[in-house]
Design a binder for this molecule. Structure first.
Ligand SMILES: C[S@@+](CC[C@H](N)C(=O)[O-])C[C@H]1O[C@@H](n2cnc3c(N)ncnc32)[C@H](O)[C@@H]1O
Length: 281
């Protein structure tokens, strides 16, 4: 009984702080999973030595700069070049050749990719390297464009700089390393052949107008933080953004909920690769 009562009070306070942040900053934390928000808020409360959401609300009033720290805590930027190597292997060996073949058949040159929630850019550059390697082998005249978007402007600055610590080199396949990367002692930079096909733009997946029309959407390890309703809405957004027959790649622990399943065909269950159904012949 008592623990239930405590939980109710605790939850009420959480709702209040969520409403406060929405009203004052326009960021609606209710669109994230409740448990995720609770964990991220707990990390801020811990760091500040505070014990309740009410104390935290008072703290924010006195220290408005705390909003930036909270947003930092909510936008976990962990990423990696060729994250989950097998996804990129399948993408490179099966999806890219199929997509290029479709394009050739339709006499289309443009290939557009959207890395939604790209963090510091490694995913967008990995996609670009994979395509450029595939296009090179096909000896064709395709025009590639990879757009990375994220809510976090600081992460996007890193992406645009295209310079990373050398420890991250190990995640890039050796052939790509030789062709697409220039080592500079403690760091390495992504060569212009890759950076010139990549652009980065701030975009809040909850509120901003999405990107149209793309052949591939990568939205990996972003989705997992969103509540079910928001996941369904976002899958609708991706469906609209994709050209017919276009591909959607989710993260390893993410899947399309049954409510959105009819919109997409499963291409590879293990790697979480889906497709918007192609048009009828
Ligand atoms: C864990 S990273 C994933 C990076 C990359 N996709 C990967 O799989 O390695 C999650 C990213 O989602 C971004 N994010 C969180 N909420 C977002 C939102 N509402 N709109 C856009 N990006 C968001 C964060 O800023 C963060 O950079």
């Amino acid at each position: 009984m008592e623990s239930h009562a405590t939980e109710t009070v605790y939850r009420g306070n959480l709702d209040r702080i969520i409403a406060k942040i929405r009203d004052e900053r326009g960021l609606d934390l209710a669109q994230y999973r409740a448990r995720y928000v609770e964990r991220r808020l707990a990390s801020r409360l811990n760091a500040l030595g505070l014990h309740s959401y009410r104390q935290y609300a008072a703290y924010i009033d006195e220290h408005p700069e705390e909003y930036a720290k909270l947003i930092d805590a909510l936008t976990i930027n962990v990423t990696q070049f060729f994250r989950d190597a097998s996804v990129f292997e399948v993408f490179r060996s099966q999806i890219i050749p199929r997509l290029l073949e479709d394009k050739r058949r339709r006499h289309q040159r443009m290939i557009r990719v959207w890395s939604a929630g790209c963090s510091t850019g490694q995913e967008a550059y990995s996609i670009a390297m994979s395509f450029l390697a595939g296009i090179g082998e096909a000896g064709s005249h395709f025009l590639l464009s990879v757009l990375g978007t994220d809510i976090d402007s600081k992460a996007l600055e890193v992406a645009r700089r295209a310079e990373y610590p050398s420890e991250q080199l190990a995640h890039i396949p050796p052939a790509d390393r030789r062709r697409f990367v220039e080592e500079r002692g403690e760091t390495f930079v992504i060569r212009p052949e890759v950076t010139r096909v990549c652009r980065f733009q701030r975009l809040n997946l909850f509120t901003d107008t999405p990107i149209h029309v793309v052949d591939v959407v990568f939205c990996r390890n972003v989705f997992i933080y969103f509540n079910r309703q928001e996941q369904d809405r976002l899958l609708g957004v991706f469906w609209s953004a994709l050209a017919r027959g276009g591909y959607l790649v989710l993260g390893r622990s993410e899947r399309i909920p049954p409510t959105s399943a009819p919109k997409f065909e499963l291409v590879n269950g293990r790697e979480r690769i889906y497709r918007k159904p192609p048009s009828h012949p």
